[in-house]
Design a protein around this ligand. Structure first.
Ligand code: ADP
Ligand code: MG
Length: 738
């Protein structure tokens, strides 16, 4: 291997002390780690930072000029306070040092420099707490460190921490760059030449020590391309590995289960369901594993498509597993699949069809005895269809012949989990994999996250749906509307319709603050006592039970046991039962997938607490049957505020694609990726998946060419190394979240 300076440990280059702080603050170990810590922005000498843009709580580094310096003794104790007021010519910021009178000497009105700290307000005055500063050099006898730091016209401003300022990071970077020798470039030379990109060594120098913005651009272009390229190589490799894997072809013409099922269906399939079905059939007949993403808006009927695929493989003698992200959803799939299949799901039981199968359910909170029964059905193959949560992935679950894995609401799973289940096929073959998502994603995001998958889209909803009417209710401006809403709940319940009331919190802090089984979801807002003004399931359910004494009100949230959740969902879904439920007060556990056709009304309290996509998903729980749906978004957010605007956007359309685009535009870059896939975030620092379409396209083409000619990357060692660390980072990130 050629020598690569980037892999050197930091200690030897910047000294033990600095290396330690860098490791502690940012987890940096090598020269590469430090050089990949790019400046957040660049300050220009002589150009002051606009202080009016700062927001409270933010950690900032600003360029400002000293306006005044005052020293006064402390009142209670010995010692003095130095108060420095800095300005950008318009606004002011006060920076206070305690017991550091010596600072007064260097601080003089008219001098400027970098000031960093946390912005706060005190008696209507802006100030910096935990301040640190570095003044620009004035004369010859000034700090040589400062002179070196400001040699260039552009001053890099780094993401910093309390223990490490931006200019200390700049100092460490300078030491590294001064001694940087040969750098191994993950982008092969021929690609660099065609794309007109700077080599890595040059790009790193320019991003950290640019003379002008043209140099910054040059560096960024190259580094962005690299991020896109390395990721596309990983995806191209995965695709190629998959193409080399073998799967058993699962194709039977007019299989008995599927034929019988289609006859039973109470509706006709949409054109989209038919054509996607045909694509899947074709994949299943192949001898390489299918790897397909099915995207379709909430309510577009993905489950039927998946179920028909599962029945095909059962017809061909194999088994299918359906993986759901929550117990509620797994339980619902289990029940609805059994209902849809009717006698076809009762093989070996009284009244069951001869050529039918069985459906097994595996979840984490199942009792051991029950689990054993289900596991037996799975291992013998009696259960052709196995529904479950990640309990399905465990080692103890053995399939007789796993042919197809379907992952529902895939954004809640990582690549790892998909892979673990895929490893359960027989004899070194792989199962076919279908992943489904209700979050429509733009092409570039799909290319970045699912570049290893083929994509099918259901773009229409089944006919005959009545659109959901959505209204925003302001508790401040229209308190009467909320009262009217509860009246409406009574009217709906009187007609045996189901009502959801969604709250952002579970509540009950101090009473049962800890989890009692079940999987509490990360986005069920925790029980921070300062949030008690936010509607909680416990209190809302309690007061509704009092206010609506004739109605049957129950709760559903992540802290309930699996059995309790299951019981509530069953009673809510089945209107024929005498112990049914009229009003279900729930957290976002009902966000994904829940399908109760008789539910037609949803009231979301403190709706501004939820994101656009989340509200769209939640709303998708009503208006799924023939009943017209109504969704009320209740909020106390001010008219004209961003939160209120978001709610109005959700109320204005039910088009998931439109909302998802809007959502992405409003999100920060890092959140875009984590919203569609756990664990793909750390590797992208500069690339913006929604905006850098062109770069992603070109990187993808280049990546495919490389992988085609050198799949193992034996003649591209630096690239191979970059890929290894990308994969390691993603895994670490995923494990951290799991
Ligand atoms: P999602 O895509 O959100 O997972 P589902 O698969 O849960 O949607 O389907 C939503 C509802 O639409 C279900 O009640 C399902 O039975 C029904 N459905 C699915 N396909 C059709 C169709 N072609 N015609 C009418 N109703 C359908
Ligand atoms: Mg679904």
């Amino acid at each position: 291997m050629t020598s690569d300076d980037l892999q050197r440990p930091l200690e030897g280059v910047v000294g033990g002390k600095t290396a330690k702080v860098l490791a502690k603050s940012f987890g940096m170990a090598t020269v590469n780690d430090l050089l990949r810590h790019y400046p957040r922005r660049y300050a220009q000498r002589g150009e002051l930072t606009d202080l009016s843009t700062l927001t409270d709580g933010e950690s900032v580094t600003v360029v400002a000029e000293i306006e005044s310096v005052t020293v006064r003794p402390m009142k209670q104790r010995r010692g003095s306070i130095v108060e420095v007021v800095v300005t950008d010519g318009k606004g002011r910021l006060s920076v206070t040092f305690f017991n550091q009178a010596w600072r007064e000497r260097e601080m003089r009105a008219g001098r400027s420099g970098l000031f960093s700290g946390q912005v706060s307000s005190f008696r209507n005055k802006r100030q910096l707490s935990h301040p640190q500063f570095l003044l620009f050099p004035e004369g010859v006898d000034d700090d040589p460190e400062a002179i070196a730091a400001f040699a260039g016209a552009l001053i890099p401003v780094y993401p910093a921490t309390g223990s490490l300022t931006s200019w200390q990071i700049a100092g460490a970077v300078r030491m590294v760059l001064d001694t940087l020798g040969e750098v191994a470039d993950p982008i092969p030379e021929q690609v660099r030449v065609t794309e007109g990109l700077a080599d890595l060594g040059r790009a790193l120098r320019l991003i950290h020590r640019p003379v002008d913005f043209a140099e910054v651009e040059l560096a960024r272009a190259r580094l962005k391309f690299e991020e896109a390229f390395v990721l596309q190589v990983v995806l191209a490799q995965r695709r190629q590995q998959m193409a080399h894997l073998t799967a058993t072809s699962r194709s039977v013409l007019d299989g008995p289960m599927l034929t019988a099922f289609d006859k039973r269906l109470p509706f006709v399939l949409t054109a989209g369901q038919n054509s996607v079905g045909a694509e899947i059939e074709k994949d299943l007949a192949g001898t390489h594993p299918m790897h397909r993403l099915l995207q379709g808006d909430v309510g577009s009927g993905k489950t039927i498509v998946a179920l028909r695929a599962m029945l095909s493989v059962v017809d061909a003698g194999g088994q299918a597993a359906l993986l759901a992200p929550t117990e509620v959803l797994a339980g619902q799939h289990y029940r609805s699949i059994r209902t849809l299949l009717g006698p076809l799901a009762e093989r070996g039981r009284l009244g069951g069809a001869n050529d039918g199968t069985r459906v097994a359910l595996l979840t984490g909170s199942q009792r051991t005895a029950q689990r054993r029964v289900e596991l037996l059905d799975v291992i013998t193959g009696d259960a052709g269809i196995v529904v479950g949560t990640h309990a399905l992935i465990q080692d103890t679950v053995e399939f007789r012949d796993l042919a197809l894995v379907v992952v529902d609401e895939q954004h809640r799973f990582g690549v790892e989990q998909r892979a673990a289940l895929a490893a359960k096929a027989r004899d070194g073959t792989r199962p076919h994999v279908l992943v489904m998502t209700a979050t429509p994603i733009p092409r570039t995001v799909a290319m970045t996250v699912f570049g290893d998958l083929d994509i099918s889209t259901l773009s229409e909803l089944p006919a005959g749906r009545t659109p959901i009417a959505t209204h925003v209710i302001s508790t401040r401006e229209q308190p009467g509307h909320l009262i009217r809403a509860w009246e409406r709940v009574k009217e709906e319940a009187a007609q045996n319709h189901r009502v959801f009331v969604v709250c952002p919190r579970i509540g009950g802090e101090g009473i049962d603050g800890k989890s009692i089984g079940g999987e509490s979801r990360e986005d069920e807002v925790g029980d921070d006592p300062s949030e008690t003004s936010i509607a909680s399931v416990l209190t809302v359910a309690q007061s509704l039970a009092l206010d609506l004494p004739d109605l049957r009100v129950e709760m559903l949230h992540g802290r309930m046991s699996g059995d309790a959740k299951e019981d509530v969902m069953t009673r809510f879904a089945d209107t024929a039962r005498s112990d049914g439920i009229d009003v279900l007060v729930a957290t976002t556990v009902i966000e994904v997938g829940v399908d109760v056709p008789d539910a037609n009304t949803m009231i979301i309290l403190d709706a501004d607490r939820f994101g656009i996509s989340q509200l769209h998903q939640l709303r998708g729980r009503v208006g799924r049957g023939v009943l017209p749906g109504l969704c009320l978004l209740v909020t106390d957010a001010d008219a004209g505020s961003p939160s209120r605007e978001r709610l109005l956007a959700v109320a204005s359309t039910t088009d998931g694609f439109e909302l998802s685009q809007l959502d992405l535009e409003m999100r920060r870059e890092g959140d875009v990726l984590s919203s569609v896939q756990s664990g793909r975030r750390s590797s992208l620092r500069l690339l913006e998946v929604v905006r850098d379409e062109d770069i992603i396209d070109r990187a993808r083409t280049a990546a495919h060419a490389i992988v085609e000619s050198d799949a193992e990357l034996t003649s591209h060692l630096a690239l191979k190394l970059a890929i290894g660390s990308l994969i390691a980072d993603e895994q670490a990130e995923f494990l951290e979240k799991a």
